[in-house]
Design a protein around this ligand. Structure first.
Ligand code: KG4
Ligand code: ZN
Length: 356
């Protein structure tokens, strides 16, 4: 039997298995990650963060990220297997992030996964990273009801999506320019805070007050709209103006005012989306910025009387491989996963609706 016939055969048989074991690899940005799940149970979730390496450059340097993925990936995969107490031969499927992300970084994960799948004779499933940020919730919340609104807020994406079923998505709105996390990182830089800016802004804002009324870009427009580039410029201009005029200002207040403006923008857009979509059962937050407690609490305060609010624990908000495993499991169980061959490539630009 030819190699791919054998893989197809293995994949077909797998669908009858009660508990599928998946090894997933994630390398789209600055985290090298591997996770093993047994159906909906997370057996291991290893994340090697490169934050300390990129900190001194004030952001992720793509070339350095790729090189570090190369150096780390084998150890991360071995550790994930060890922690789950499995050998590679006991794994049913290998899954890998193919996009969206940094092309060089993605290629490391994709190449490693292809080699691993080929040598161990396992089916390989390609996963869309952004869909993974939503899918992680299926491993964590059994009672999540459809349709729900997913607010995806990460370093690369900001969107509200109507999730009809695990596989039917309708994008209600996406950012017109910068992503929300990117804006946090840029504002942090002007305040002299280290990369990644989000957690540092959140920390600083704890001692600050909402004293500066930044304009919420595009909020006066009809319908849902996100724009963060204008907000970033307002904050940068404010800081520069104060410094040029030798005016004292409190960085804590800038952080709190910026963070409050972001939370308000999220709330306004969610309100509009809920009016347009009256049958919504829940709101699900995901992506790195969803680990911001202030934003979580404000969204809870506004919506929790009428809607169930879900958000993953902090370690599953930022990039990890359990979310990739969960999306792969979803695609397999919904019968739309296609085993990939050795020609599988990374796709740095991928929209949320695309299933690979
Ligand atoms: O989802 P993620 O780990 O990677 C991408 O797919 O982009 O998100 C990373 C982003 C960074 O921009 C980081 O500053 C932001 O999430 N972030 C936060 C917080 N923790 C991480 N933003 C605001 N508050 C936080 N606590
Ligand atoms: Zn991400």
């Amino acid at each position: 039997m030819s190699y791919y016939k054998l893989i197809e055969e293995k994949f077909k048989n797998l669908k009858n298995k009660k508990e599928i074991i998946i090894l997933a690899i994630e390398s789209s940005c600055d985290e090298t990650a591997c996770s093993i799940i047994k159906e909906k149970k997370i057996l291991s979730n290893i994340v090697a963060s490169q934050i300390d390496i990129h900190k001194r450059f004030g952001g992720v340097v793509p070339e350095i990220a790729s090189r570090n993925h190369i150096m780390t990936i084998q150890n991360v995969v071995e550790k994930a297997l060890e922690e789950a107490d499995y050998s590679i031969h006991e794994i049913d499927v290998i899954a890998v992030t193919c996009g969206a992300g940094l092309p060089g970084a993605l290629l490391v994960g994709v190449s490693f996964a292809k080699a691993l799948a080929y040598s161990a004779q396992k089916p390989l499933i390609a996963v869309n990273h952004i869909r993974g940020h939503i899918a992680i919730n299926y491993l964590l919340n059994n009672e999540l009801e459809f349709p729900y609104l997913a607010l995806v807020i990460s370093g690369g994406h900001t969107a509200i999506i109507k999730v009809e079923t695990e596989i039917d998505f309708k994008v209600i709105t996406e950012t017109q320019d910068d992503a929300c996390g990117e804006c946090f990182d840029k504002v942090a830089r002007v305040l002299g805070l280290e990369y990644p800016g989000g957690p540092n802004i959140e920390k600083l804002a704890k001692n600050g007050k909402y004293t500066i009324k930044f304009k919420e870009p595009m909020q006066e427009k009809e319908g849902c709209n996100f724009s963060f580039s204008g907000l970033k410029t307002q904050v940068i201009n404010y800081v520069h103006k104060q410094e040029q005029n030798n005016q004292k200002y409190k960085k804590e207040d800038v952080a709190m005012s910026f963070q409050t403006t972001v939370a308000n923008m999220m709330i306004n857009n969610l309100k509009k989306a809920l009016i347009e979509n009256p049958n919504i059962k829940a709101i699900v937050l995901s992506g790195g910025v969803a680990s911001n407690i202030f934003i979580r609490e404000n969204i809870e305060k506004e919506f929790s009387k009428k809607y169930k609010i879900y958000y993953p624990p902090l370690k599953y908000c930022t990039d990890n491989a359990a979310m990739i495993a969960s999306e792969a499991l979803t695609l397999i169980r919904k019968n739309i996963a296609v085993p990939q061959d050795i020609t599988l490539d990374a796709q740095s630009n991928l929209d949320i609706e695309t299933i690979l």
